[in-house]
Design a protein around this ligand. Structure first.
Ligand SMILES: [Zn+2]
Length: 324
């Protein structure tokens, strides 16, 4: 079965004025976005294909490592959603949710996934007229994550010492367990609109996936984005969801995890104060805590992390879906 290349153009342009060969255009887009790690760029790119019964659209800030693809299926005929259908990307099933008369899903691109072709398969008897499935191919670009080779960072001794006492070890173990349980939560999509920033004044201090080599030892990539902020600055939920964890942790400090449904989580570290409780439903923009420097932190800031389908992705890639 031949792969189909799709029409590509910028989301906010009124209409595509030129039709290009898809491959040529996808290269153009990757170059034009040039992967800004701290980008405030919120313009999305779209890849679109119109079939006889439906329209398939893929949105992303950047079709590249560490980003998120939003996939949407819009029916052009009644009844085509009456049968369940299956969407597979990179060999993994993507769960879809009803969304304003369409179906919506989110595909994480692991920061260490090899750049190149991604195959998206759509299996359905009703969507297609004379076939049961179709494959679509898109191009995933590379992202230049920052590596800081040497940097002397003073950390509290309790985080650098190799041996923990048994009480600390037990606490760390307990924290890990609580996190595993929280991220295992699985709820239907809970959001009703797009995402927003977790702070009112946005300024970044550390990008996603930067690798710092602490004291000349190879460090782990940074699993989120750090927002600057004074201790006590309010932190807001990036979208509606359910609090699945809100407690003190050894490394994360006062830590909150929000389940937005469909395996999308946002999490907030190092808070000076937690203002929500596990099990509580929160609304987009609701104050959930205050910025602090608890846990493994060198000064007050908010570390925001995002997980989609068990993959850590660039939080700003999720926040870019602000009008969905
Ligand atoms: Zn951080």
């Amino acid at each position: 079965m031949g792969y189909l290349f799709l029409r590509t153009f910028k989301f906010f342009s009124t209409a595509p004025s030129f039709k290009f060969n898809f491959h040529f255009l996808s290269v153009l887009i990757l170059l034009s976005l040039s992967n800004p790690l701290f980008s405030m760029e919120e313009e999305l790119s779209i890849i679109q294909k119109t079939e006889q019964n439906f329209e398939l659209r893929l949105y992303a800030r950047n079709f590249a490592q560490g980003e998120i693809i939003q996939i949407r299926i819009k029916p052009l005929k009644e009844g085509i959603f009456s049968e369940k259908f299956k969407l597979v990307a990179d060999g993994k099933i993507v769960s879809l949710s009803p969304w304003k008369g369409e179906m919506i899903g989110f595909i994480p691109i692991h920061p260490e996934r090899k750049p190149g072709s991604m195959i998206i398969e759509l299996h359905s008897r009703k969507l297609y007229v004379n076939r049961k499935m179709k494959k679509y191919e898109i191009d995933i670009g590379a992202t230049d994550f920052l590596v800081i080779k040497k940097q002397s960072i003073k950390l509290d001794k309790k985080f650098t010492q190799k041996k923990y006492d048994s009480k600390t070890l037990k606490f760390i173990e307990d924290c890990t367990k609580a996190k595993t349980i929280a991220f295992a939560s699985s709820t239907p999509l809970q959001i009703k609109s797009g995402f927003q920033y977790p702070v009112s004044v946005v300024s970044f201090s550390s990008p996603f996936y930067v690798r710092r080599d602490y004291n000349e030892k190879k460090g782990r990539p940074h699993g989120g984005v750090d927002f600057r902020g004074k201790a006590g600055t309010p932190i807001f939920a990036v979208n509606d969801g359910k609090v699945v964890l809100a407690r003190e942790m050894y490394f994360e400090g006062n830590f909150t995890i929000i389940d937005h449904g469909n395996k999308i989580f946002s999490f907030y570290m190092h808070q000076s104060k937690l203002l929500v409780k596990p099990g509580q439903k929160v609304k987009k923009g609701q104050k959930i805590g205050l910025i602090g420097s608890t846990g493994m932190s060198t000064g007050p800031h908010l570390h925001l992390g995002v997980k989609v389908a068990d993959t850590l992705v660039h939080p700003l890639a999720l926040l870019a879906f602000k009008d969905i």
